[in-house]
Ligand binder design. Structure first.
Ligand SMILES: C[S@@+](CC[C@H](N)C(=O)[O-])C[C@H]1O[C@@H](n2cnc3c(N)ncnc32)[C@H](O)[C@@H]1O
Length: 196
């Protein structure tokens, strides 16, 4: 299945395969969602040329796809099973409107948008509660946490990498658990966060 994901990335021209090599992690972690007995609900922040929208369409059986992009040209990738919302991933009001219009309940959310610290953290903060149990939130391109230019962190907040590690640390130090912990799977520059 790793080869299939990689091949589809190349076929559609998304950099998730040959550039970032997210293919091994995606192949492994997406497997349970291929077995759902209903169409998967997937939201991706960052549509661009539509390459990954085509990837998801090919990879899943009749997926229900939602895309977010700040660039209105992304709307050209709308189709019967794909709805595009134009707005800023760092605007909580915009994200709440997306949730209101779609009903949320996503199996998978992928953040492949602007990759700035506050964008990644605001989007996760608003969207995570609307992931179904067993669902997954992916933050791609975390290497921007290591780039020194303030372009990536204009609000001077903790980097997304540190923010994720702090969330993971808080779970490690907790002894008694009422609920199973969240899974944080790091692979290359991406973190796959799985809701129990
Ligand atoms: C890396 S591209 C997405 C690539 C696509 N996911 C793929 O794999 O083919 C990033 C996209 O994020 C969009 N973007 C940048 N900043 C954004 C923001 N603040 N809110 C929403 N989208 C944003 C850009 O317009 C661009 O289309």
């Amino acid at each position: 299945m790793a080869n299939l994901f990689y091949a589809l990335c190349c076929k559609h021209g998304t950099d998730k395969g040959n550039v970032h090599r997210y293919d091994a992690a995606y192949s492994q972690l997406l497997e349970p969602y291929l077995k759902l007995h209903r169409p998967i609900r997937l939201l991706e922040i960052g549509v661009d040329s539509g390459a990954s929208i085509h990837l998801w369409n090919d990879y899943f059986n009749r997926p229900q796809i939602f895309g977010i992009d700040i660039d209105p040209r992304a709307r050209r990738h709308e189709s019967e099973n794909c709805t595009i919302f134009v707005g800023d991933q760092a605007d909580p009001e915009f994200l709440r409107e997306v949730i209101r219009q779609t009903g949320g309940r996503w199996d998978i959310v992928i953040d492949d948008g602007g990759h700035l610290m506050h964008q990644q953290q605001i989007s996760h903060g608003v969207l995570w509660p609307h992931i179904v149990p067993g669902g997954m939130y992916v933050i791609e391109d975390l290497h921007t946490s290591l780039l020194r230019s303030s372009k990536w962190n204009p609000s001077h907040i903790p980097t997304t990498l540190d923010w994720l590690l702090e969330k993971a640390r808080a779970q490690v130090t907790r002894r008694r658990r009422r609920h199973p912990p969240i899974t944080f799977a790091f692979s290359g520059e991406a973190c796959f966060i799985i809701k129990p």
